[in-house]
Design a protein around this ligand. Structure first.
Ligand SMILES: [Zn+2]
Length: 471
């Protein structure tokens, strides 16, 4: 974690106190809609709390769903801050809608925010006119490979072995879904057959969507990043940078293979790709209201961190064994960034009260550092001396990577590009006590905090300083 959760909790409590002092005319504090008027994000403060366990019913009324629409709960978790997250899959007339998921978040089981994609669909029949078999034939004509993986005995045997399932096969199984038509440019939602087609010659794996009424191919999505393309991006904190992405049916996206390691930068808000129509990712396209430009920083940062580790330490990835480097920007966490040790991915918030988007190079290197720590010393993440060492190593590596890749930045400061308030950095490796991170403790801003909060921040600061002493 970039900031200890206790500090975050203290800040959250403080902000709650401040926000309660304000008067809101109704329960909805903020709503963001897409061009079609569909709600992508909303924030609430209910006078009568709405329970997350009734999330399905809540979303039904919020999104004005009809009887033919439904949501299926696919994941529920409670994070270290005590915030519950529910994730739903959109279903239309019993058919899954591809890439349409909706999330509810809130503390103590009470709804606070929602975000995601819910599409209003109007398809009269969900009974396909094209059979699964015919749709597969059309997919294979479209892919046109010389040899498919299910035709290769070794591939089939290997699949059975790694899955432990004697019936496993690469032979494509069709799934009926509703997905967007990217081929005719309309992006209309259409009933389609979805297949994963794995070819042996040439080596490829892609998802093919076939319109279930007309048989037309409406989208193809490559699952293998072997077509690296150099891109130029205007980053938020590091100027114009050279990065690598790949091309696919609808443009260019932030996916690449770097020394046999998959590197992907995705949008946490919809779990999807950032897509540009050409190789020049300019700020005029990307410095938008949603701050999508941050994806360029995160992608460049991941590249530099991987390059540092492979060049300086001959370590080819986070786990030293080719683990993919996946970064999510626009994480709901706001004023923080964190390494997810379960899903093995980096997550960057957009900032809120203390920070701008947390995608500076030192933050990227710090978060990667937690992954490397997990796969080496496996020190604790938040507790005691072990946790302090973990944080300390992450800061040390952040300084090393920053100096190696961008020597003109301020090597010894952590977070100097993202911190909003004085002293305009989160931590200093030269003068730890000067840091913003220290100010909530026994010096500086304690007047702004209630005693328990000072305690929490102080305990956290003491723990954190062990890492500096060791450094
Ligand atoms: Zn950390």
């Amino acid at each position: 974690m970039f900031i200890k959760f206790k500090l975050l909790l203290a800040i959250t409590l403080l902000l709650c106190v401040i926000s309660q002092a304000q008067v809101f005319s109704n329960d909805t504090l903020e709503v963001q809609r897409n061009v079609k008027g569909e709600i992508n994000f909303a924030r609430f403060k209910f006078s009568t709390p709405r329970k997350i366990r009734d999330g399905n019913e809540f979303l039904k009324s919020l999104l004005k769903m009809k009887n033919i629409d439904s949501l299926s709960l696919i994941k529920e978790s409670i994070d270290k801050l005590g915030i519950t997250h529910q994730k739903y899959q959109q279903i239309y007339k019993g058919v899954k809608v591809e890439n349409s998921e909706y999330l509810i978040h809130g503390k103590d089981g009470v709804v606070e925010t929602v975000n995601g994609d819910f599409h209003k669909i109007d398809i009269s029949s969900v009974v396909p006119k094209i059979s699964e078999k015919d749709a597969l034939l059309k997919s294979l004509v479209y892919v046109g490979a010389k040899k498919y993986k299910w035709e290769n005995l070794n591939s089939e045997e290997f699949l059975k072995k790694i899955t432990g399932n004697n019936n496993a096969t690469y032979y494509p199984k069709g799934e009926l879904v509703i997905s967007k038509n990217y081929k005719n440019g309309s992006k209309n939602l259409e009933l389609s057959w979805r297949f994963i087609i794995s070819s042996f010659i040439p080596k490829n794996e892609q998802i093919i969507y076939v319109n279930a009424f007309s048989g037309a191919i409406i989208n193809d999505v490559s699952l293998i990043n072997d077509n690296n393309v150099p891109l130029v991006g205007e980053s938020k904190y590091s100027g114009i940078v050279s990065i690598t992405g790949d091309s696919f049916s609808t443009g260019y996206r932030l996916r690449e293979t770097r020394s046999n390691v998959n590197v992907e930068t995705l949008n946490a808000a919809n779990q999807g790709d950032f897509v540009n129509s050409n190789t020049n990712w300019t700020s005029s396209n990307w410095s938008n209201f949603s701050q999508d430009q941050t994806a360029i920083d995160a992608h460049w940062g991941a590249e530099k961190v991987l390059d540092f580790w492979s060049t300086v330490f001959n370590r080819n990835s986070i786990n030293g064994n080719g683990l993919s480097a996946i970064s999510f920007v626009h994480d709901y966490i706001g004023d923080n960034a964190y390494w997810d040790g379960t899903l093995n991915c980096m997550n960057y918030g957009d900032g809120a009260y203390m920070f701008r988007p947390l995608v500076s190079l030192d933050v990227c290197a710090h978060e990667f550092g937690h992954g490397i720590c997990q796969y080496t010393a496996n020190l604790a993440y938040v507790a005691d001396e072990s946790g302090a060492l973990n944080e300390g190593f992450s800061d040390i590596w952040a300084a090393c990577v920053e100096h190696w890749a961008a020597p003109n930045k301020q090597t010894w400061l952590i977070g100097e590009e993202i911190t909003i308030g004085s002293p305009y950095y989160l931590r200093s490796l030269i003068n730890p006590k000067s840091s913003l991170a220290s100010n909530g403790g026994d010096s500086g801003n304690k007047d702004h905090l209630i005693p328990e909060q000072i305690d929490q921040v102080f305990v956290w600061r003491k723990t954190e300083q062990i890492s500096w002493r060791s450094f």
